[in-house]
Design a protein around this ligand. Structure first.
Ligand SMILES: Nc1ncnc2c1ncn2[C@@H]1O[C@H](COP(=O)(O)OP(=O)(O)OP(=O)(O)O)[C@@H](O)[C@H]1O
Ligand SMILES: [Mg+2]
Length: 440
């Protein structure tokens, strides 16, 4: 292994006395891509924040970056650059160990963080109303890149993530995978020596995800950039990482090649489990030749849903699968009465009556909507209300406190939380949960 860039030494993290990370130690080499895999709530994001140096300091333990710092300007590089002249001012680069969470190294930490970059699952962190090229120019502006060279540099970065054909498009009109690549281009503008990617492709379909993975690997190679990437999808770790860590309940339970670690992670998950066919009841949803068309200035008539016919029965779990842009969300919204189809029929049985979901009004589809729950990819919680409130009065359910708690715990358990965990999180704010916990 090359000289370590980062040493994580005996790291522990607790929130209000509850341990979420326990004695974590490992090293990351220069240019290495380290994968962190683990189930929801294992501690991946907390660990990544600590290694990045953001949010709260660890309860104990240290994170040391072994770097080369210029004596003439703010420039800072990886340890192997020690002794080389500074590319910016010609000064000398000398060795420094930066103790990331130690206040005495605050200045060094700031210099260091200017050369690390981030990529997340949900916050696309783009200027939605601006063009792709403008988004990248903003990023160059942030690092005070010389203006006269910025346009060329921005175009190069867009080339690097293979988006030249989208350069003049408005960011919000791009597909998920394209947006994620603009984010990458913006982050590469910083010439980072380290990229932290937390579930970077979690919301993308497998094919698009592969594309973004390839882009990440290219970017790492071309820029001699190291990377920490977390995921609970084994494919991400296998595609991207050189080495991997398996986190279980805040502890390292395996560390090694991605293959070995993923094998360990997948133990106990057995796809060969046979499911008994449910005894289906009667029809509850009937869709006939449903279509939904949109008129778009750029794209003309868009057929979001085009002639879909299906039946769903009680006790049935009916899946809709398709690539990004295939129409899954639009169809779900037609079924649940949020939007009307352009043509076709959609009827839902409530009690003894069939309700025509194409007809607005409280006597029509309004009656059915009350009984339809919807979980979105882009879900929302009330950020300043506790989990308990979010499950009860924030959504208009009023109960005496005792009953509210019982109801909330039952609901949390249905979403896969243990009894203990359910009680523990009732009074928490959504921001203090892991991503997967929030979603559940
Ligand atoms: N600010 C906080 N206060 C209290 N507990 C927290 C806080 N942030 C995270 N936790 C808890 O720490 C544990 C680890 O959370 P973390 O976000 O690291 O999980 P994760 O592995 O990233 O999960 P996911 O795959 O769902 O994103 C969880 O049990 C979570 O509830
Ligand atoms: Mg997470």
């Amino acid at each position: 292994m090359k000289a370590p860039l980062i040493t994580v030494d005996n790291l522990c993290m607790a929130f209000d006395g509850t341990r979420v990370l326990n004695n974590i130690s490992f090293e990351i080499a220069e240019g290495e891509i380290l994968g962190i895999i683990g189930r929801s709530g294992a501690g991946k994001t907390v660990l990544m924040h600590l290694v990045r140096g953001v949010e709260q300091p660890p309860t104990s333990g240290r994170i040391i970056y072994h770097v080369a710092a210029c004596n003439g300007c703010d420039f800072l590089d990886v340890g192997s650059a020690v002794g080389k002249p500074c590319p910016h001012c010609g000064g000398t680069l000398s060795a420094h160990d930066v103790d990331l969470w130690n206040e005495k190294d605050e200045m060094m930490k700031r210099r260091l963080m200017r050369r690390t970059a981030i990529m997340f699952q949900r916050t696309f962190a783009l200027y939605g109303n601006d063009r792709v090229i403008e988004n990248v120019l903003h990023a160059l502006d942030d690092i005070e890149y010389p203006q006269e060279k910025a346009i060329n540099r921005a175009a190069d970065l867009i080339d690097e993530v293979r988006l030249s054909h989208r350069m003049m498009h408005i960011a919000r009109d791009l597909s998920g995978g394209e947006k994620q690549r603009v984010v990458l281009a913006r982050q590469l503008a910083k010439e980072p020596f380290m990229l932290f990617a937390d579930e970077p492709t979690g919301t993308l379909d497998p094919e698009t995800a592969k594309l973004v993975h390839a882009m990440l690997i290219n970017a790492a190679k071309a820029n001699n950039m190291g990377m920490v990437v977390t995921s609970h999808f084994s494919q991400v770790i296998e595609d991207v990482a050189n080495r991997a860590i398996l986190l279980v309940n805040g502890e390292i339970s395996a560390i090694g090649t991605p293959k070995e670690v993923v094998a360990q992670f997948m133990k106990g998950y057995d796809d060969s489990e046979t499911f008994e066919r449910a005894d289906l009841g009667e029809k509850v949803v009937v869709g006939r030749d449903l279509t939904k068309r949109y008129i778009s200035v750029d794209r003309g008539v868009v057929k979001a849903v085009n002639g879909v016919t299906f039946d769903v029965f009680t006790k049935e779990i009916f899946g809709i699968i398709g690539k990004s842009g295939a129409g899954k969300t639009t169809l779900s919204r037609i079924i649940s009465g949020i939007i009307e189809p352009t043509s076709g029929e959609i009827n839902i049985k409530i009690g003894e009556e069939w309700i025509d979901m194409t007809k607005p009004g409280i006597d029509q589809r309004g009656r059915a909507k009350e009984y339809i729950g919807l979980l979105h990819q882009e879900y929302d919680l009330f950020p300043h209300r506790t989990v308990l409130d979010n499950l009860t009065d924030a959504i208009g359910l009023e109960f005496p406190k005792e009953l509210a708690m019982r109801k909330a715990i039952v609901t949390l358990k249905m979403a896969g939380f243990s009894d203990e965990k359910s009680k523990e999180i009732l009074d928490r704010m959504p921001g203090h949960l892991s991503e997967g916990e929030r979603h559940r």
